[in-house]
Write a protein that binds this ligand. Structure first.
Ligand SMILES: [Zn+2]
Length: 268
């Protein structure tokens, strides 16, 4: 049986992991029913690269631009200045696709707190861009939920929405994030791991209109492919897991998550 049409809201298709077979990876995804793929940036160079890559696949690949927290270094202010300019429509060229989201942005204190203050400032500035432009946020957060939530709260009523990408938390953390209207949780391969509590946590506290699917490819390949290079074609494993967890058909899960994507990313 062919799987219903679905969307991978987070895949790093510009990554060098795909340099040898990027076109085949995209073809395989489309054949598997993954008809739309959203590509997050991590810095200025990837923001530019992704806008050009997505231009070659209009209606299939969609770009984001932003500065990832792990890429916040001494030059963060110059990076932000140039990334911001990519959001002005008059800086678009015929070779670039306009971004649909600001991402991925956020806070990551797992690996290093060396640039903690800079991360906080860079994240808040990009949150303000979301308010100014009306583009939703694609948020990465690791070991920093309290700090992230306190920044977002300052803009709560003015934010257009977004995705808390790679959600892996507990019921209390899920509920804290859902207090932000128009935001959804991005669920990926971690949900399929044997020790994951997401199959219980999500149906308990997260309504069906608050989740979207993602791979985070090339990372986080789902079971039974764990440890391999991930690719958007594999997002179907997440769909299957979530449909079982919520006790609905894969068709209904696909339809509900697609509606959520359209509401967050494509409604005016
Ligand atoms: Zn990512």
């Amino acid at each position: 049986m062919t799987k219903p049409t679905i969307i991978d809201t987070h895949c790093h298709l510009d990554g060098e992991e795909y340099n040898d077979d990027r076109a085949e990876v995209i073809d395989r995804a489309v054949e598997a029913g993954v008809t739309r793929m959203f590509v997050p940036a991590i810095d200025l160079a990837s923001s530019r690269r992704i806008m050009e890559l997505c231009r070659q696949y209009p209606g299939t690949l969609y770009p984001m631009v932003g500065l990832h927290p792990e890429e916040v270094h001494a030059d963060w202010q110059e990076q932000l200045k140039d990334i911001r300019s990519l959001l002005s429509t008059h800086n678009l060229t015929p070779n670039t696709q306009p971004p649909i989201s600001i991402g991925e942005v956020g806070l990551d204190f797992y690996w290093s707190r060396e640039f903690e203050q800079e991360q906080l400032l860079a994240f808040e500035e990009q949150v303000r861009w979301s308010v100014e432009t009306g583009l939703p946020l694609m948020i990465h957060c690791r070991k920093a939920q309290n700090e992230m939530v306190s920044i977002l709260k300052r803009y709560r009523d003015d934010l257009p929405g977004g995705v808390f990408h790679c959600f892996t938390g507990n019921e209390i953390e899920a509920q804290e994030l859902l207090q932000f209207p128009r935001f959804v949780l991005g669920i990926g391969g971690v949900s399929t791991f044997k020790k994951s509590h997401l199959p219980e946590v999500l149906p308990a506290v997260v309504p069906l209109d608050r989740i979207v699917l993602e791979t985070d490819a090339p990372y986080m390949a789902p079971v039974p492919l764990r440890g391999q290079r991930n690719e958007p074609a594999f997002v179907g494993y997440v769909l299957t897991l979530l449909a079982q967890a919520y006790g609905i058909s894969e068709e209904e899960m696909a339809q509900r998550t697609n509606e959520n994507v359209d509401r967050v990313f494509f409604s005016e």
